[in-house]
Design a protein around this ligand. Structure first.
Ligand code: GTR
Length: 356
C-alpha cells in the first residue's frame, strides 16, 4: 500500500546516481551522498561555506540548575570568518557529576530554558545532556543580513539562506561538545521544531558527527514531500520566508513535480544513522501524511546498509502508534503545531532503545 502511494508520486530516484547507475553499496552511497548534498545546496538551502579551521570556547557563566541535578554553563563560541571573528553563545546543561552523557543539541525559538517546547528537566532526568542554541543569537529570522550573515559573501542564486546559517552554527556547537568530557560525542542528536526542524535536518544531513537527526513538524522543505503536499507549498514558503533558502528555490514554486529532488533525499542523508520524524495529527500545514511518506521513501538508504528504515505495518500509522523498531523513528501525536513533552518522551524512548 505505501509503495503504491509512493509510485503514484513519481519521486526522483534516490538510489540512481547522476550517471544513471544504480546505487547498491555503502561505498556507492557515499558518492551519491555528495551528489544529493550538492543538489540540495544548489536548489534549496544554498551552499555552506567551509568550516573554520578551529573554534574557541569560553565558559562565561557556570551555575547549578534544577536544585542541583544539573550544571548549567553559558558558553561563547568564537571563530574566524572571511570578515573577522564572529561569536555566539549557547547553553549546556549536563547531569551533575556524570561524564560521557548522550546529548541533545536543541535549536530553540526562545532563549529561555526550560520553555514551552523544551522540557529541560525531564531531559536531564533521563540522563541526557542538553545543549541549547537560541537561533537568533546567530542571525535574525528575517531578511536582514545581520549577525553571522554579514561575515560571509553570498551568491544570490546559490548562496546559503538563514536555515543554512543556523545549521552551520549548530555544527560549531558540535565542535565544542566533542571536546567536553561530560558528553559522549558518539551519541549527540540534533533536534528542532518546525523551521528549526528543517534546520536540524539540513544540519544533520551535512554533519555526520550527529548520531541522530530529529525533526518535529518540519513540514514543507523539511520532512514532508513537496509532491502532492496538501499543506504548505513551495510557493507559500518562498513568498513568506525567501531568506530561509537560496535564490534558486523560488524557481520551483508551483513546479514541484519538475523538481530534480524531493524531501526524501534530505531525510536519506541521515542514513545510516538514526532519524526521527514526528508531527501533530491536526497540523495540516506541515502535512503529516507526506512526512510519513518521506520517511518511507528514504528507507532504502538504510536498507542499503543492511538496516531497517521505517519498520511497521504497511499503512500510515494513527496517533500514538510510534514506529520504533527500525532506524527511522516516527510518531503522530494528537493535536496541532507544537513541540510537546509527548514528542520529547517518544524521542528519548527511541534513543534509549537504540542506544544512539
Ligand atoms: C510557518 C511556516 C512553516 C513552519 C512554521 C514554524 O509559518 O510556514 O514552514 O516553519 O512557520 O517555523 O513555526
Amino acid at each position: 500500500m505505501i509503495q503504491g502511494l509512493l509510485e503514484k508520486m513519481k519521486l526522483p530516484a534516490l538510489l540512481i546516481n547522476c550517471k544513471g547507475e544504480a546505487v547498491q553499496s555503502p561505498a556507492a552511497w557515499q558518492a551519491r551522498r555528495q551528489e544529493l548534498l550538492e543538489m540540495l545546496s544548489r536548489e534549496q538551502f544554498g551552499h555552506t561555506p567551509a568550516a573554520p579551521a578551529s573554534i574557541q570556547a569560553e565558559v562565561e557563566k557556570q551555575e547549578t540548575a534544577f536544585g542541583g541535578k544539573a550544571v548549567q554553563r553559558r558558553i561563547r563560541i568564537s571563530f574566524d570568518t572571511p570578515v573577522g571573528a564572529f561569536s555566539f553563545p549557547y547553553v549546556l546543561l549536563t547531569p551533575a557529576e556524570k561524564m560521557e552523557c548522550p546529548a541533545f543539541l536543541s535549536l530553540n525559538f526562545v532563549p529561555d530554558i526550560p520553555n514551552h517546547c523544551l522540557p529541560a528537566e525531564e531531559v536531564i532526568d533521563h540522563g541526557f545532556a542538553l545543549a541549547v542554541l537560541y537561533y537568533q543569537d546567530v542571525t535574525s529570522d528575517s531578511g536582514e543580513w545581520d549577525g553571522m550573515a554579514c561575515h560571509y559573501p553570498r551568491d544570490e542564486r546559490t548562496g546559503w539562506g538563514k536555515i543554512g546559517m543556523w545549521a552551520f552554527a549548530a555544527s560549531r556547537v558540535m565542535d565544542d561538545l566533542l571536546t567536553r568530557p561530560e558528553i559522549d560525542g558518539s551519541r549527540v542528536a540534533i533536534t528542532g521544531h518546525s523551521r528549526l526542524g528543517k534546520t536540524a535536518l539540513w544540519c544533520g544531513a551535512q554533519d555526520e558527527r550527529f548520531s541522530m537527526v530529529i525533526s518535529n513538524a518540519s513540514g514543507c522543505a523539511g520532512a514532508a514531500l513537496a509532491r502532492g503536499n496538501t499543506g504548505e507549498r513551495v510557493k507559500n514558503i518562498i513568498d513568506r520566508f525567501p531568506f530561509w533558502f537560496c535564490g534558486n528555490y523560488r524557481s520551483w514554486a508551483n513546479r514541484e513535480d519538475e523538481m530534480p529532488f524531493d524531501q526524501h533525499m534530505l531525510l536519506a542523508l541521515a542514513a545510516p544513522r538514526g532519524l526521527y520524524v514526528s508531527s501533530g495529527s491536526q497540523d495540516g500545514w506541515a502535512c503529516p501524511e507526506n512526512e510519513f511518506l518521506g520517511c518511507a521513501a528514504a528507507g532504502p538508504a538504510w536498507q542499503l546498509h543492511g538496516k531497517a528504515g521505517l519498520a511497521g505495518p504497511d499503512q500510515a500509522p494513527g496517533v500514538h502508534q510510534p514506529l520504533h523498531e527500525g532506524w527511522i523513528g516516527h510518531h503522530i501525536r494528537p493535536g496541532t503545531h507544537f513541540f510537546s513533552r509527548t514528542d520529547w518522551g517518544y524521542h528519548m524512548a527511541f534513543r534509549e532503545k537504540h542506544n544512539i
